[in-house]
Design a protein around this ligand. Structure first.
Ligand code: NDP
Ligand code: AKG
Ligand code: MG
Length: 415
């Protein structure tokens, strides 16, 4: 495969698939996007930590061969485009990659590149684990009760980008159609913006399938469908109904509903079965705080998943810790939950843990569990020793506040 915007390193090899198995060579080529804003702070720190862990775990027999692919401001400067096709092709070709955050302007300008990457590579499950690492500061009394994995649908919902600005001919045409042809009671058509929220059976079911499989493989107790289906009946309500339907159709022997749990099993979950629940999203946001340990795996439409990920992360260290992955059927691109935090860009200040733990998810996806464990150990020890970046230091007593690069050093020393 020929690329013009970057040179494929001669040293490494490509990760491939053999049937259902990911085949990872000893020197896999991993494409990465540096990211805008704090991307240039956290991405090199993450790479340094992962490199040290791989070196230590395999005594030099394995090595990640990084290759920068371009998106966002660096792509615009280099190629004149925000998201060159080649970048998407690189992720498709190399199958596993990682990205720093990319800026999206509010109210106008380019559409989200982060969303575009997920949509165009069909990375439909945005997976975000949220759990407590001992020693993390928290605004709640029992942060250790938090242990959830969010499966957020990442290709549709209001993120599909089907919307028109107030006063444009498209908005007026669409709203006039709704009023005149569909009988919708609308006034002020000339001064109304409008967006469309597609939620489909196929895309809901494939997301819920991944969530249930994950729960079964890891003996997690429940999968909760989080929706606002009382109000958005045919989108979020349908998300709930299709989720339950999928569980019945494909996992009938391995899942039970909450009603069955109480009626048939007296509240005692039978071994090997996952309890399917659903909650309305506003209630779920308070239950994150009040009944934290009653929730395990969550499956959510795109917008709910976006909101809930940051809210849940706040209970266990915040956005400096929150990590994740975008997983499709073949390709996976790992990324932190946070954005570009522009006010801290280039200051060697922010926490690289979120992107580094996303890198740990990448190592585990590759089957490099020994290296992943070393990184987890180093991060846990640095937090225990209270050697942390500003975000955690400001919530702790007796912490040693360090910069991004120095935190990476502290992790490496403790691996
Ligand atoms: N996937 C992606 O690439 C994402 C991109 N974005 C984009 O990022 C831009 C900025 O978005 P914004 O809403 O400000 O959200 P951000 O997540 O970028 O930042 C919000 C706040 O979270 C804290 N924070 C974020 N990252 C870290 C970190 N690594 N270490 C410590 N603290 C951190 C900071 O808090 P404090 O101020 O309290 O110190 C920061 O001000 C927007 O253009 C948005 O579209 C947003 C989310 C995801
Ligand atoms: O794409 C963006 O700019 C924001 C996306 C976001 O907040 C997220 O994916 O969590
Ligand atoms: Mg978000």
């Amino acid at each position: 495969m020929d690329f013009k915007t970057f040179t494929v390193p001669s040293e490494g090899e490509r990760i491939t698939w053999e049937g259902d198995r990911l085949v990872v060579p000893d020197k896999p080529i991993i494409p990465f996007i540096m990211g805008d804003g704090i991307g240039t702070d956290v991405t090199p720190a993450m790479q340094r930590i992962l490199d040290a862990a791989v070196e230590k775990a395999y005594n030099g027999a394995r090595k990640i061969v990084w290759v920068e692919v371009y998106a966002g401001e660096r792509a615009r400067d280099k190629t004149g485009e925000w998201l060159p096709d080649e970048t998407l092709k690189a992720f498709e070709y190399f199958y596993v990659g990682i990205k720093g955050p990319l800026t999206t302007p509010v109210g106008g300008g380019i559409r989200s590149l982060n969303v575009a990457i997920r949509q165009r590579l069909d990375l439909y499950a945005n997976v975000r684990p949220v759990y407590y690492i001992p020693g993390l500061p928290s605004p709640v009394k029992h942060p250790e009760k938090m242990n959830m994995v969010l499966f957020r649908e990442a290709t549709e919902d209001v993120y599909a980008g089907i919307e028109w600005q107030a006063g444009t001919p498209e908005a007026v045409k669409f709203l006039t159609f709704l009023r005149d042809e569909m009988g919708v009671n609308l006034d002020n058509i000339e001064a109304t913006g409008v967006g469309v929220k597609p939620i489909s059976e196929f895309k809901t079911k494939r997301l819920v399938r991944q969530a249930i499989r994950y729960a079964l493989q890891r003996n997690r107790s429940s999968v909760t469908l989080v929706h606002k289906g009382n109000i958005m009946k045919f989108t979020e309500g349908a998300f709930r109904d299709w989720g339950y339907e999928l569980a019945r159709e494909e996992f009938g022997d391995q899942t039970i509903t909450e009603d069955e749990l109480w009626e048939k099993y007296n509240g005692e979950r039978p071994a090997g079965k996952v309890v399917m629940k659903d909650r309305i999203a506003d209630n779920m946001l308070q239950q994150l705080l009040t009944r934290t340990d009653e929730y395990d795996v969550l499956a959510l439409p795109n917008l709910n998943g976006d909101y809930l990920s940051d809210a849940a992360a706040a209970q266990v260290g915040g956005l400096g810790i929150a990590h994740g992955a975008n997983i499709g059927d073949r390709v996976a691109v790992f990324e932190a939950v946070h954005g570009t935090a522009p006010k801290y860009a280039g200051q060697n200040k922010v926490n690289p843990t979120a992107l580094t733990l996303s890198g740990v998810m990448m190592l585990e996806h590759m089957g490099w569990d020994e290296a992943a464990q070393l990184v987890r150990k180093g991060i846990a020890a640095a937090i225990q020793d209270k050697v942390v970046t500003y975000d955690l230091a400001r919530q702790m007593e007796g912490a040693t506040k360090v910069g991004t690069a120095e935190f990476a050093d502290a992790v490496i020393e403790r691996m």
